[in-house]
Ligand binder design. Structure first.
Ligand SMILES: NC(=O)c1ccc[n+]([C@@H]2O[C@H](COP(=O)([O-])OP(=O)(O)OC[C@H]3O[C@@H](n4cnc5c(N)ncnc54)[C@H](OP(=O)(O)O)[C@@H]3O)[C@@H](O)[C@H]2O)c1
Length: 253
């Protein structure tokens, strides 16, 4: 049985990935949607053409992840697409942040994403695809978004390295790096919308544009997906600086 798995499918970009994959995937028997809010997953399932399974779980719980691994192991599944979309961000000075918010970001954005990838990989074959949701925040350290940006720098580094490791097996990994996207994520990240910079508001993308670009880039086997001109310019600028630094470091050796 061919399946696609999407985490964070109850909202924002995860829900958009589910809707688009529903119409795009022809050889997929089932789509599995993962998030904590079962009512929202059930509502989405009811709108899907492909047979869809709602799996309510907290990805930050080791026990619930292990239970998911068990469900997968008895399912005779071959995973065609894994989208690791679940993620959370809390804006504010590090010194003012609560320990539960800091640990929540690290557990979900880093540990859960890594563990989901590890659990799903044995069920992938040539042609399977992994989409890891990082952020444009991965490109540069960000004051007042320190832990979130650092967690996404991890996802970016992990995804790019994995893309190289798995390419030989015909498994393609695309790391998606959007700038601000109009989803509930921003309401949860900023206590008040006034705290969001004018530049962020100006460069805001829609979830459907980011997801459409990500799926196109994934189909083309691109290791990184960046949507919109402002983010593309930032990406190119940080890449050229890194390449220059690598060149000078190698020249000094
Ligand atoms: N929106 C932006 O500006 C933006 C920009 C760059 C990157 N991103 C990244 O893009 C991804 C998707 O974000 P989004 O904008 O679509 O956010 P969103 O609308 O807030 O969706 C986040 C999803 O994560 C799920 N989730 C949160 N905690 C969870 C947990 N403990 N266990 C299981 N699922 C959990 C939520 O579902 P439940 O609450 O039902 O569990 C929800 O479905 C994230 O990784 C985010 O960091 C977002």
């Amino acid at each position: 049985m061919n399946i696609a798995i999407i985490t964070g499918a109850s909202s924002g970009m995860g829900r958009e990935f589910a809707r688009r994959l529903d119409s795009l995937l022809k050889k997929t028997d089932e789509i599995w949607l993962l998030a904590r809010r079962k009512d929202r997953l059930d509502a989405l399932c009811a709108q899907m053409q492909t047979k869809t399974r709602a799996i309510a779980l907290d990805l930050t719980s080791e026990k619930e992840l292990a239970q998911f691994a068990e469900v997968l192991s008895i399912s005779d599944a071959r995973i065609t697409v894994l989208v690791n979309c679940a993620g959370v961000g809390k804006y504010g000075a590090f010194s003012d942040q609560k320990s539960e918010d800091i640990n929540g970001m690290l557990r979900l954005n880093i540990l859960a994403l890594t563990e989901m990838t590890r659990i799903c990989l044995p069920y992938m074959r040539k042609g399977s695809r992994i989409i890891e949701l990082a952020s444009g925040a991965a490109f540069l350290p960000q004051a007042d978004f320190a832990v979130y940006a650092a967690s996404k720098a991890y996802v970016y580094s992990f995804g790019c390295a994995l893309a190289k490791e798995l390419r030989g097996q015909g498994i393609y990994v695309t790391t998606v790096c959007p700038g601000p996207v109009d989803t509930p994520f921003l309401e949860n990240a900023y206590d008040s919308p006034a705290r969001m910079s004018g530049l962020k508001k100006l460069t805001m993308e829609t979830a459907d544009r980011v997801v459409e670009t990500a799926l196109m880039d994934s189909r083309q086997g691109k290791p990184v997906s960046v949507c919109g001109l402002p983010m593309k310019l930032l990406y190119l600028a940080t890449q050229s600086t890194q390449n220059m630094m690598q060149f000078f470091m190698q020249a000094q050796q």
